[in-house]
Design a protein around this ligand. Structure first.
Ligand code: SME
Length: 163
């Protein structure tokens, strides 16, 4: 876990509200998916404490393919239903994993990862765009406030892709 001092004394909701503003300033007006995904990953990496990987996997029509990210080099392709990312993509439900060691089939890209938050991303028509994956080197790093905050933050990314 991390202390509130790592968030400069802010509560998690106000920390994520600040990140939403920063993301809006960074992404609004630009519609390129790779450019905005790269800046989004860099923004989260810069500000969110106690994480060891964050990034996108985009759906190519068959499987997930790694996109812009920060952290150590990662697995390139993940089949639907495989690992935490594949489950999020197949079910279209956010996966909040307290301890990856307790998840059968978890894909070990970085052996230091111990907890994980994976949010599925959809186009306006409901079709799968991909997933956003954040990993932490400690168990129980993410809670419901992180989930809500990260989902709101991803709303800024998704909105930036619309013309
Ligand atoms: N651990 C993930 C794979 C992606 S990496 O962590 C970057 C999973 O099981 O889906």
């Amino acid at each position: 876990m991390y202390s509130s001092s790592e968030l400069d004394g802010q509560s998690k909701p106000s920390f994520y509200a600040m990140l939403v503003q920063e993301a809006e300033a960074l992404l609004t007006g630009e519609h390129d998916r790779v450019a905005n995904a790269a800046n989004f990953a860099a923004l989260v990496w810069q500000h969110v404490p106690s994480i060891n990987w964050c990034g996108f996997y985009f759906f190519d029509g068959q499987e997930l393919v790694v996109g812009p990210f920060q952290g150590r080099p990662a697995c390139v392709r993940i089949a639907l239903r495989q690992g935490v990312c594949g489950i999020a993509a197949a079910t279209l439900e956010t996966q909040l994993v307290v301890d990856v060691h307790a998840v059968p089939g978890h894909i070990v890209c970085d052996a230091t990862s111990r907890s994980e938050l994976v949010v599925p991303l959809r186009y306006d028509d409901g079709c799968l765009l991909g997933v956003w994956d954040v990993d932490a080197p400690v168990p129980g790093r993410f809670d419901a406030e992180d989930r809500q905050g990260m989902e709101k933050l991803l709303g800024v990314f998704l909105a930036s892709l619309r013309y």
